[in-house]
Design a protein around this ligand. Structure first.
Ligand code: UDP
Length: 420
């Protein structure tokens, strides 16, 4: 899709207003040797979940910098998504054995998508394959022209071995892989890059909102205007530990009045959401101070307003590739109490931008501390915002993608000239 030149210029200028011109200038320099290059990103869902959130802006930004970038989404049926959800859970450490029939569904969906995407992938200069779902596409492109990079967004630090072996068959054929943290990297016969993602400060999810819109969220969802709000935004997924969040809330509430909001929806490629939501509802047990909000995937502004209206944001995950919700909350000046795992550890600097916790008791203790020490809550929130500005915005993420592409294209030369 061709975007009008003026739109692209304004697009870049808007980011300059947030990050400063220097950062944008740097991106433009890095993009110069990549002008016109054909880049295709492939993932398995257009909306819902972190990967689609990232691609929604990474791709237009690459276009704005002159790359011929596009985003394709895999199609699949229910058995395929059942299989890929099991692969996802197993790679994050659950000991699940997947039946041969389901693995065949995985191979079949990849073959069908390879036929559909055909020449587009064969002729691209760069193909970025996100996560395990489309990883097997590579097998169907023996004549591929460009570099193929597997971008892993999940925590594969302790994968269930048989499932990793199954996937490794394909991953090993790529020209490079990207992981979000060094601990996630697996032994592979190609260069490994460590690139954590970042959030888009200008999206509907993250841009500033009028104060009335933020305040309006309280009556909209029937929240109590006199109680502090503790929020977790997540897909209904066991690794996000929604039951642990409810337990933490109950422990904190014994001594400190508060209300809990669990806001979530489902992702198109996640078949387990309904079962987890039902478990959550059973645990809520009619508590009028727990609000479970089931939001459509387009509810970005609503999530933005909820994150701004919250006093504290939780992300008590048991495993987390990165956790965009953490950066989203920090960008809005909220301290985050997060599970001591994966990408949350990168973002939450313990006792400085928030707290890292391992148990519901730990989370309850930190919730009570922050609600009683409002001065510390504001200080941590302010540091969280600065830390995100400096480290976890889309512009830094994009810079590392561009640097990776430049290095893969020109890697054999001793010196790569990007200035001028
Ligand atoms: N999100 C959303 N609606 C929901 C739940 C999550 O828009 O009901 C968004 C959330 O704001 C974040 C992304 O989906 O931008 C989730 O990314 P994260 O890395 O936190 O987790 P993932 O879902 O990829 O495991």
């Amino acid at each position: 899709m061709e975007l009008p030149e003026e739109y692209l210029r304004n697009f870049v200028e808007e980011y300059a207003a947030v990050t400063g011109r220097g950062i944008i200038h740097h991106l433009e320099q890095l993009a110069k040797p990549l002008k016109g290059i054909k880049v295709v990103h492939v993932n398995s869902s257009r909306e819902g979940g972190g990967v689609s959130e990232i691609l929604q802006k990474l791709v237009p930004f690459q276009q704005a910098l002159g790359l011929d970038a596009r985003w394709e989404v895999m199609t699949g049926d229910a058995p395929f998504y059942q299989c890929t959800k099991s692969i996802h859970n197993a790679l994050q450490g659950s000991s699940i054995d997947i039946s041969e029939d389901l693995l065949d569904d995985y191979r079949r969906a990849n073959r069908e998508n390879a036929e559909r995407l055909g020449t587009l992938l064969e002729e691209a200069d760069f193909v970025f394959i996100h996560d395990p779902q489309p990883a097997a596409l590579i097998e169907h492109f023996p004549l591929r022209r460009g570099k193929w990079v597997w971008r892993c967004h999940i925590d594969v630090s302790h994968p269930h071995k048989p499932v990793w072996k199954f996937l490794q068959n394909w991953v090993a054929r790529y020209d490079a892989s990207i992981f979000s943290l060094p601990e996630f990297a697996q032994p592979l016969p190609h260069p490994l890059y460590i690139i954590p993602p970042g959030i888009d400060p200008l999206s509907e999810k993250n841009r500033d909102l009028p104060a009335e819109e933020v305040a309006g969220i309280i009556p909209l969802f029937g929240l109590d205007p006199n109680l502090p709000v503790v929020l977790q935004v997540s897909r209904f997924d066991r690794f996000k530990d929604p039951l642990g969040v409810i337990e933490a809330y109950r422990l904190a509430r014994k001594l400190t009045p508060l209300q809990l909001v669990l806001a979530g929806g489902s992702a198109g490629d996640d078949p387990e959401g309904e079962a987890v939501l039902a478990e959550v509802r059973r645990h809520v047990e009619e508590d009028p101070h727990i609000h479970v909000l089931l939001l459509p995937p387009s509810a970005h502004r609503t999530i933005n307003a909820l994150q701004r209206a919250a006093d504290i944001v939780l992300q008590k995950s048991l495993r987390e590739g990165f956790g965009l919700t953490v950066a989203e909350a920090m960008w809005k000046g909220k301290p985050v109490i997060g599970g001591d795992t994966g990408g949350i550890r990168l973002q939450v600097v313990d006792h400085y931008t928030g707290f890292l916790v391992r148990t519901p008791d730990g989370a309850a203790l930190r919730i009570r501390y922050l609600l009683h020490r409002r001065d510390r809550l504001s200080e941590m929130g302010e540091r969280a915002r600065r830390f995100t500005l400096e480290n976890y915005l889309l512009t830094r993420h994009l810079r590392e993608y561009l640097a990776l592409m430049v290095s893969l294209v020109h890697g054999s030369r001793g010196r790569i000239e990007v200035a001028g």
